[in-house]
Write a protein that binds this ligand. Structure first.
Ligand code: ATR
Length: 308
């Protein structure tokens, strides 16, 4: 499919942007502009390299210029928690903001998304923080692996920012048992404590599972980004023929060594492109209030990341 033609730039064109540091390799502009074009919106989505020291000013600038919204990526997601005027339940739940929606105050006091106004946006605008990462992961697990968390046994590799959100989301969706593995054991322990406090019905253990089947093995470490990276676990302690599905949050390269080994063993496999896609579809939905054109966005993303 060729991209739908974008509306012509004019003085009415509205902006959204992703802020990160670095940002040069972000696929979000390609993906979001395809979605915006498919919806026929007179918007553009751009990317800015913003140093963390300037994040507050950048958010203020976007507010002043009546941006529709922002996405935030590394290293801004935690910092932004204190820089928005209100937090949606999703941001509160996961303790991080990856999406900001600007909202304007109507004469009656009610807040409405800036996107809902034409050229006349009311003077008072607030920034509301959302988090679409957890929902994006869940959509991707369902769509790409046909995986349903409820009652499942999951092995999670990595207890950094991404691993934490994944573990908490799986617990919130009532996974039965989570096994956490992380190079720095103390971080896995802190995460296990948090899960047990928030979701006491979920069994959480540090370390490899017993010999029973595992429904999902999820890599949330950064291992795999480099071709020379080893598989982020010991295959002798968790043979892949004991695992039904493997999800690797890494999407570049398309097949990490972990995914190649899992595919060769016959596991269902998927890489992190679906999560990237669906944190994006969800963000576009937060801004527009309309279902996102996921297929147009997926194709643009694939083209941007893999050139196909
Ligand atoms: P992100 O936001 O992508 O999760 P992060 O918070 O820096 O980034 O987390 C990176 C994850 O990859 C962590 O689980 C990290 O393990 P540590 O908590 O021990 O740092 C893991 N990781 C990174 N490099 C690794 C390596 N060489 N071996 C094993 N794990 C690694």
């Amino acid at each position: 499919m060729t991209d739908l033609p974008a509306t012509e730039l004019s003085a009415s064109t509205r902006l959204c942007a992703v802020l990160g540091h670095p940002i040069r390799h972000s696929a979000s502009p390609a993906m979001q502009n395809a979605g915006i074009a498919a919806l026929g919106l007179d918007w553009r989505y751009v990317a800015f390299d913003v140093h963390p020291d300037h994040l507050r000013q950048a958010i203020e600038g976007a507010r002043a210029m009546r941006f529709v919204g922002l996405n935030l990526t590394v290293p801004h997601k935690l910092l932004a928690m204190d820089m928005v005027d209100a937090l949606d339940e999703t941001a509160r739940q996961w303790g991080a903001v990856n999406t900001i929606r600007f909202e304007a105050r109507m004469a009656g006091g009610e807040w409405r998304p800036v996107a809902a106004f034409g050229d006349e946006v009311p003077a008072e605008v607030r920034a509301v923080g959302f988090n679409t990462d957890a929902d994006g992961l869940l959509r991707a697990l369902r769509e790409d692996l046909d995986f349903e968390p409820r009652g499942s046994r999951v092995v999670l590799l990595g207890a950094g920012g991404a691993g934490r959100v994944a573990a908490l989301k799986l617990a919130a969706e009532r996974a039965a048992q989570l096994f956490l593995l992380n190079r720095t054991r103390a971080k896995a322990e802190a995460l296990a404590t948090e899960i047990s406090a928030r979701y006491p019905k979920v069994k959480v253990e540090i370390g490899y599972p017993d010999a029973r089947r595992v429904d999902l093995l999820l890599n949330a470490t950064s291992l795999g980004l480099k071709r020379s990276d080893p598989i982020p676990m010991e295959l002798t302690r968790l043979p892949l023929n004991q695992v039904d599905a493997v999800y690797d949050m890494v999407y570049r390269p398309a097949f990490t060594r972990l995914l190649e080994a899992a595919r060769a063993t016959g596991c269902r496999v998927a890489n992190g492109l679906g999560m990237l896609l669906h944190q994006g579809t969800r963000a576009l939905e937060v801004w527009t209030g309309r279902p996102a054109p996921a297929e147009a966005m997926r194709q643009a993303l694939r083209r941007n990341v893999y050139g196909v």
